[in-house]
Design a protein around this ligand. Structure first.
Ligand code: ADP
Ligand code: MG
Length: 681
């Protein structure tokens, strides 16, 4: 008998009506019911009044002394009665429970649960039972379920216990013997029993431990199996490109690759040469040199006779990448196209034709790349920059334009390992762990608004030495119009403050042509001070810029500030970041300190997570970070890591797909639709 197939109606006491109410909570089968775990427990174990503290919620056994005193206020009531427990006299108080009055007979034993008020020597009772009528809760720990509507706690408790009695013996083990032994885990049957009714704390802990492991292991198994099956398919493009040709390209670059870059290059080329479909995340802090990695991968795709696409979040970035890739690829006869929203008419038509005929080898662009009328002759590699800016759907549309192209996703938003391992378990992850040699750390200062004069002096000094600076204007929530006005005001006052320098202005309301012209002038050092909104946040690369000043820095998110700061420190000169802010709250001040303490993006992300909590880190649920029922991603992290390794090892073993020992796990994968039946014999 499979508990997944037995309707909950089969549990005695569950009427058709009750079954309907359970459906509203996602409970359809017996299995759903027994896996409906409590979210907390209520402790009804007996305490002695000598060991409890003021304010504790306690359960005590007492003897009724004297007669209850009842006061009524309209439909409400308050009733008090004297009690004695172990020679301790106290008063018990009930609200709106006047119907109990007749049962409060002097000399009778009673078990009271409630809140203890030491000063007033009083117990406010929430629950009571009489031992002479038999007790249910008293002396036990009771589960509390997140349930509501017409279903009461006591009914669901009773019904789950009933289900355990009828079907408990049939709860199958799902974890293989080897793992149970390795971690000394209790059986699934016992753990589920104990989760609903823990006998004592230690056993409750052991039960939880078992279910936490199971939950994390199954989650990882799903991701790993999904990945393994996709690798199994072998219907990706097996790129064929000689190492010597790649070496020649790398030698032509104006710098030597860092060790981290070399390592990542190997990982990517290995994936590209295999017939498996690459699905790789490249994460590297700002300035770690991700673009050149993209260039090498695109180069390899083209030299294998295919085409590559590079999708980025902003037009400014698309143009910057198009310019720098065109320069790198030119000596090798590779043609580069640029497709953004501002490429229209004849120009666009020609470009699309050239793409379809395979005359354009590499195309760089924004969302414009995924429009319906864009076709390739042979797209074999898709690189996306700053993946958090793209929805999963948009990426898959682009993917479908090629024949299962390899996908490389780059992100500078450092994801703490804790979250990466859960959210991206189905991707291979490469990490650029070092920045190019010779980079000086960025010195970050936090100053109050009243220091603005000194900040202006700082700008003047840097620019006089031949460097350039960014001045980022405050962010006004929900109002781009005000952002723009702010930027314009600041621009005007900077022109007045620095008559000897050229000041540029960049904001979201400018036409693409205007933006492009300002950026071109900044790249060429024709503009020394760039006043800008956050449009320069990602990717912009002007190595001669050494000073980043951020107004009202407390209005920005920490990772956003780190991204902005990453616009400097990209060349050989010492660089600075100045945060101007007067945060009111302690957390606000703490956030500024995080940035002055470290310029390591992973450390910033870690502290950000601490200050905000994981739910907030990714913003909303669409982030794809899973929510667990029992496990906690942060505190159970060590288990998560172990589960991931175990799942990977299992899936890689051929016997996993055939041996009867793993049948329950394969059944789980089938239920989760990771397996559609074709892999299982
Ligand atoms: P990000 O990872 O933030 O996208 P970029 O790819 O824009 O970083 O690289 C930052 C700067 O470092 C660029 O000016 C780039 O040319 C330069 N760069 C990249 N790799 C190296 C290297 N190995 N040695 C020196 N400079 C490098
Ligand atoms: Mg970049």
């Amino acid at each position: 008998m499979n508990l997944h197939e037995i309707p909950v109606r089969q549990v005695s006491g569950v009427s058709a009506l009750k079954a309907g109410e359970l459906h509203a909570f996602g409970i359809f089968t017996v299995n759903d019911l027994i896996e409906y775990y409590p979210f907390r427990y209520e402790d009804y174990r007996l305490k002695s009044l000598t060991e409890v503290k003021d304010g504790d919620k306690i359960t005590v056994q007492a003897k009724i002394m004297g007669v209850p005193v009842l006061q009524r206020y309209g439909r409400k009531s308050r009733m008090t009665c004297k009690m004695v427990a172990e020679d301790w006299m106290f008063t018990s108080t009930w609200f709106n429970r006047h119907f109990l009055r007749d049962q409060l007979v002097a000399g009778r034993e009673i078990i009271l649960t409630g809140k203890w008020d030491l000063k007033r020597n009083q117990l406010t009772v929430s629950d009571s039972e009489f031992p002479d009528k038999g007790v249910q809760r008293s002396g036990t720990v009771q589960p509390v379920y997140s349930i509501g509507g017409k279903i009461t706690q006591s009914w669901i408790r009773k019904t789950i216990q009933q289900a355990m009695q009828q079907y408990g013996e049939l709860i199958p083990e799902i974890l293989p013997e080897g793992l149970l032994k390795q971690y000394d885990l209790m059986s699934r049957k016992r753990a589920i029993q104990r989760i609903h009714l823990p006998q004592d704390q230690a056993e409750g802990q052991l039960a939880r431990r078992r279910m936490v492991y199971e939950e994390l292991f199954l989650f990882q198994l799903k991701l790993q199996a999904y990945r393994a099956i996709n690798h199994e398919r072998m219907d990706g493009v097996a790129h064929i490109v000689e190492n010597s040709i790649i070496r020649e390209f790398v030698r032509s670059l104006p710098f030597e690759l860092t060790d981290a870059q070399k390592q990542v290059e190997l990982e990517i080329l290995r994936d590209m040469r295999s017939p498996y479909c690459m699905n790789r995340l490249l994460q590297g802090d700002v300035g770690s040199g991700k673009t050149v990695i993209a260039a090498i991968a695109l180069f390899a795709a083209v030299k294998s006779g295919h085409q590559g696409a590079f999708m980025v979040p902003t037009e400014i970035l698309a143009e910057q990448h198009a310019r720098s890739l065109a320069k790198m690829f030119e000596p090798f006869g590779i043609s580069v196209g640029l497709l953004t929203g501002s490429v229209t008419g004849r120009k666009r038509k020609d470009l699309l034709a050239s793409l379809q005929m395979g005359l354009t080898d590499v195309i760089i662009g924004t969302h414009a790349l995924i429009q319906e009328d864009v076709f390739f002759r042979s797209l074999s590699l898709v690189v996306t920059d700053e993946q958090h800016r793209f929805g999963v759907n948009q990426r898959s549309v682009l993917r479908r334009k090629g024949f299962n192209p390899d996908v490389l996703t780059m992100t500078a938003t450092p994801i703490p390992r804790t979250l990466a391992i859960t959210a991206f378990g189905d991707m291979d992850v490469s990490t650029l762990s070092e920045r190019p040699k010779g980079r000086k750390p960025i010195s970050t200062y936090w100053v109050k608004h009243d220091m603005m004069d000194r900040v202006l002096g700082f700008i003047s000094r840097e620019i006089s030495q031949g460097r350039q600076a960014y001045l980022i204007t405050p962010l006004i929530e929900e109002s781009e119009k005000l952002d723009v006005q702010n930027a314009i005001d600041l621009y005007v006052s900077m022109q007045q403050a620095f008559p000897d320098f050229r000041v540029g202005l960049l904001h979201g309301r400018m036409t693409p042509g205007e933006k492009d012209e300002v950026m071109r002038a900044f790249y060429a050092n024709e503009v020394q001070l760039l006043v800008s909104t956050t449009v320069v946040e990602v990717g912009v690369d002007v190595p001669n810029a050494t000073l980043m000043i951020i107004m009202d820095a407390d209005r920005f998110g920490l990772s956003q500030l780190h991204q902005l700061r990453g616009r400097v420190g990209r060349g050989e000169h010492a660089s600075y970041c100045v945060l101007i802010a007067d945060p009111k709250t302690e957390v606000g001040q703490e956030r500024m300190k995080v940035l002055t303490d470290t310029d390591d993006g992973f450390e910033v992300a870690r502290r950000d997570l601490e200050l905000r909590g994981p739910g907030d880190f990714f913003g909303t649920k669409q982030s794809g970070v899973p929510e667990f029922r029992i496990a906690d991603m942060v505190s159970d992290f060590a288990v998560l890591e172990a589960a991931r390794d175990d799942a990977a090892r299992l899936v890689a073993d051929a016997s996993f797909w055939t041996s009867p020992e793993f049948e329950p796990l394969r059944g789980y994968l089938q239920r989760e639709q990771v397996l559609q039946g074709e892999v299982i014999d």
